[in-house]
Write a new protein. Structure first.
Length: 345
């Protein structure tokens, strides 16, 4: 249902004031702060009419009004001003990445940390979702007496490294030969085909290193399995504790428990891959009942010209939507540029 110009201005003012104060907004406060060109009594009547339309609600009979989920939706879709991050904020965000970091896990963790700091909400990201996850490269390195390092590089950009302790004497040439064989055998192999490849026998000259081959195979299988788990990255969970609307009753406990439902959060974030630009999910639109006092702002990120994953934030429905949408859009674009520069030739 559409609103007239005056009702729309009043709704936008209520949303903006409630975002700032977390207190119900009354007609007197609106009349003092904004020039609507009418008396407080007229504003009071307009507030009542907007409430009847479902865009505002009154927590208590004597209280002012606060936006409903429908009111926030109308604001985001029709009234919210277009915003971009301040140049100093975007510059500081770019500079916050650790130099020369190229491991995908670390990049996503840093991106979530930066996004959480910019928005003061809880940030989330999915790892890259490739059509198939496979091994791009593997390496066996001696890193000290009795210690080897197996490095597995996946096509998603993820780098897995695991240590192998041993008491055997291994010649450097034997280690190189085994590393070359592992690369030839497993490069381009995904988890479904892994076991069949692993059953192939070693050449006679490498049979004494069968124990090491088996442990390297186990490490690579674990790396592939971990990469296919539907996990998400989280940062800034403590920001939920700073939201005044969550400090009563068991609200915060339920929300923190919901943030542990990683598979459900993964589905919420992944739904953004099908959308365009930034997706805003408000309150009761959330599929998880414990999260229906929260809003989610999420965008997809790219690897070259392919949609790769999602990044976003979760916070109260009393969210600064304009700033948050700008921050999520910026970080998604920045992440896309960074990953593309690192992993696309």
């Amino acid at each position: 249902m559409g609103l007239g110009e005056r009702k729309a201005r009043i709704l936008a003012a209520v949303v903006q004031d409630y975002i700032e104060t977390a207190e119900p907004i009354g007609s007197e406060a609106l009349a003092q702060r904004y020039n609507f060109g009418v008396k407080p009594a007229t504003i009071r009547n307009e507030l009542a009419a907007i409430s009847e339309m479902g865009y505002l609600r009154q927590p208590h009979t004597s209280a002012g009004r606060v936006p409903s989920d429908l009111g926030y939706r109308y604001y985001v879709d029709e009234l919210m001003p277009t915003s971009t991050l301040e140049p100093e904020v975007s510059c500081r965000a770019r500079e916050s990445y650790e130099p020369m970091e190229s491991e995908i896990d670390s990049i996503l963790q840093q991106t979530c940390r930066i996004l959480s700091a910019i928005t003061c909400y809880t940030s989330m990201a999915t790892p890259p979702q490739m059509e198939t996850i496979c091994i791009n490269q593997a390496a066996l390195l001696a890193v000290g007496t009795g210690k080897l390092l197996i490095i597995t590089v996946l096509n998603s950009g993820r780098i897995d490294h695991r240590y192998i302790d041993h008491k055997a004497e291994i010649k450097p040439s034997e280690l190189v030969m085994l590393g070359n064989l592992i690369n030839e055998r497993f490069c381009g192999i995904e988890l479904a085909d892994f076991s069949e490849k692993a059953k192939q026998e070693l050449p006679s000259g490498l049979q004494p290193l069968l124990w090491l081959y088996n442990r390297a195979v186990t490490a690579m299988r674990q790396a592939l399995a971990a990469a296919t788990n539907k996990n998400i990255y989280l940062d800034g969970t403590s920001n939920m504790l700073r939201q005044p609307e969550f400090l009563t009753g068991n609200r915060i406990a339920a929300i923190l428990d919901a943030l542990e439902e990683r598979r459900t959060l993964f589905q919420v974030l992944s739904s953004a891959i099908l959308g365009r630009d930034v997706t805003v999910i408000i309150g009761s639109e959330n599929r998880l009942s414990e999260m229906q006092e929260c809003s989610v702002v999420v965008s997809r990120y790219m690897l070259g010209d392919k949609v790769c994953g999602s990044i976003g934030v979760v916070g109260p429905t009393r969210m600064d939507y304009s700033h948050t949408v700008a921050a999520v859009r910026f970080m998604a674009e920045n992440l896309s540029e960074l990953l593309t520069s690192l992993y696309v030739e």
